[in-house]
Design a protein around this ligand. Structure first.
Ligand SMILES: [Fe+2]
Length: 591
């Protein structure tokens, strides 16, 4: 039995396909359309899923959509009517958009796939999030916590899952939203909402949380995990262009110029920013206040999540926890939940944001609606498209680069490890691309983490990222605790998916300068041999050559572009960047 899950028309569109409850394929539309955060109807991701399953649309038993469009529309109507006349503009925009596309999603699915209307199911947005975590987890029983910006009405839920069903017993409703609180600061700090949240998290360790008391004026959290926002500080409930109000500006001062260069005395002024401004010290001091604000909102978010996680576990009577929703991508908070909330086992799947809700909707249909037993655990993130050696050879043949074809995998892994150990920065394109926003060794840029200058080298050559955004280390799972003070976190699933930030051991900081953040933490990925055999083997060989079984891993894309999918996209990125070599399956391209 095949079930297709869909998420679209909001943030990141995606499609997944299950066969008898086991995941066959999952992909975000942006990887095919090459439009970052593409939220349109995911025609290409659907075509890929059907092809991977070897079926046509009419062979699908069910299609499951990740939210209930009419309920969401009702929320938009009610909240905007409640704020008339202030919300006139948002009402007009919302009604036009919804009438055109979103409400008629059922027709769109019927037309695209030839599936009868009674085989199209709609889960609630947070049910989809919850199902995406619990039904992919190895837990028979667990507490569930979902937290995001907003779905239909819910912005956060807690509940309990057991076997093939779950109950979400507690909900927090729009406009009270931890995700939207974080987004308000993301916008205030000059970053794009739904994109810059990572930047706020990366900026936070450069600051001191001296505005925590002010931030607490914006949110009231009770010990049972319920919270409410102080709405006078926000505009998102009635505006599509502003998230925070004049009262917010009065409390925190002027906002940071959008997308302006950010640096503090601690971060320094990297060469790829251009010439150092004459008033550098003055600008660095001004930026320090924004770093302090980032630190403050990050702490309040972490504390709120800790309270919610504790309450969810207490009510469910278990110390196993499943999390989902965009806020579950806050890897610093996740690390603290594991260390401080009394949680013994944590599960988060890699696409914890809205793209992952497509997976949840399909699993919800399979287990909770149809009552089928469970049997699937998400052991790895490689659910996207893969490309044959023939495809790779043919893409490489039209370029002017020197091509080296290794006779077998063993030789390729030795050559790639050699390149890394000699300081080369390589593109690494292997197998099926990753599910979710992180590169996890399928479509990655890899480098030597032992070199202090490697962060700048990769930034200058390829990424042009802000100096406060750390690069991640991928470490062999069995050796993680030699380098990271993870107290068992390295054995947890979120660590496979780069969703936990952990302290770097004092003795390892000098060994891993390129991947150790300013606060001596790292957003590590533990690489498990059974789940990622080829990547594990590469890191093992690099470890044998250097004594450090860790590589620096960042996503294989240029700034502003989605992560590469095809060999052609990998070659184009290679050509337009300062990458030294490109390893695709057994083929190596050199400059
Ligand atoms: Fe969501």
């Amino acid at each position: 039995m095949h079930i297709l899950g869909l998420s679209c028309y909001f943030h990141d569109a995606s499609a997944v396909i299950l066969r008898d409850g086991a995941l066959v394929a999952a992909a975000e539309e942006e990887r095919f359309s090459r439009v970052k955060h593409d939220f349109g109807f995911p025609s290409r991701a659907i075509a890929f899923c059907l092809q991977q399953a070897g079926i046509q649309g009419r062979d699908l038993e069910y299609v499951a959509f990740f939210e209930k469009p009419f309920v969401k529309f009702d929320r938009i109507l009610q909240t905007t009517f409640g704020e008339v006349p202030k919300s006139g503009a948002v009402f007009g925009q919302a009604i036009t958009a919804w009438m055109l596309d979103k409400l008629w999603v059922k027709n769109r699915i019927r037309e695209a796939l030839g599936v009868p209307a009674d085989r199209i199911l709609f889960a609630e947005h947070h049910q989809s999030h919850a199902a995406s975590a619990f039904f992919c987890s190895p837990f028979d029983e667990a507490a569930i916590l979902t937290v995001d910006g907003v779905g239909e009405w819910a912005t956060a839920t807690t509940g309990r899952g057991r076997d093939r069903s779950f109950d979400l017993t507690h909900e927090i409703h729009f406009p009270h939203s931890l995700g939207l609180l974080y987004s308000a600061f993301t916008a205030f700090l000059g970053f794009e909402v739904n994109e810059g949240e990572y930047k706020v998290m990366g900026m936070a360790p450069y600051g001191r949380p001296r505005f925590v008391e002010e931030v607490r004026k914006l949110i009231n959290v009770s010990p049972d995990g319920a919270f409410s926002l102080n709405l006078e500080y926000f505009e998102f409930q009635r505006s599509t262009t502003r998230t925070y109000s004049d009262a917010f500006v009065k409390l925190f001062g002027a906002s940071r110029a959008p997308e302006g260069l950010f640096f503090t005395q601690a971060s320094g002024f990297p060469s790829y920013f251009g010439e150092k401004p004459a008033n550098y010290s003055e600008l660095a001091a001004a930026n320090q206040r924004y770093a302090d604000l980032a630190a403050s909102i990050q702490i309040v978010t972490e504390e709120t999540l800790l309270t919610m996680a504790r309450a969810a576990c207490e009510r469910a009577g278990t110390r196993k926890l499943c999390m989902a929703g965009g806020v579950a991508l806050n890897s610093v908070a996740n690390g603290r939940i594991l260390r401080e909330a009394g949680v013994t086992d944590l599960f988060i799947q890699p696409a914890a944001g809205d793209s992952g809700a497509a997976l949840g909707a399909a699993l919800f249909a399979h287990h909770q609606v149809l009552g089928h037993p469970r049997g699937f655990v998400m052991e790895h993130a490689a659910w996207g498209q893969e490309h044959s050696m023939d495809d790779i050879r043919s893409a490489a043949s039209t370029t002017g680069f020197k091509v080296e074809e290794c006779p077998d995998e063993d030789r390729m892994l030795d050559r790639a490890a050699e390149l890394l150990a000699s300081g080369r920065v390589i593109g690494w394109h292997q197998g099926r691309f990753e599910w979710g926003p992180r590169a996890l060794g399928q479509r990655s840029i890899l480098a030597d983490p032992r070199r202090a200058d490697m962060k700048d080298i990769v930034n200058v050559k390829i990424k042009f990222r802000e100096p406060y955004r750390p690069f991640a280390p991928s470490v062999l799972q069995e050796r993680a605790d030699e380098f990271f003070d993870c107290a068992g976190a390295d054995r947890q699933y979120p660590s496979r998916f780069m969703l936990l930030v952990e302290p770097v051991r004092p003795e390892a900081r000098a060994l891993l300068p390129a991947t150790t953040h300013v606060d001596n933490s790292a957003r590590l990925q533990t690489v498990v041999p059974s789940a990622s055999p080829r990547y594990h083997d590469l890191i093992s060989r690099f470890g044998r050559a250097t004594g450090v079984p860790v590589v620096m891993n960042t996503s294989f894309n240029l700034r502003g572009e989605p992560i590469v999918n095809t060999p052609g996209e990998a070659i184009s990125t290679f050509a337009r960047s300062g990458l030294d070599a490109l390893v695709m399956d057994r083929l190596i391209l050199h400059k």
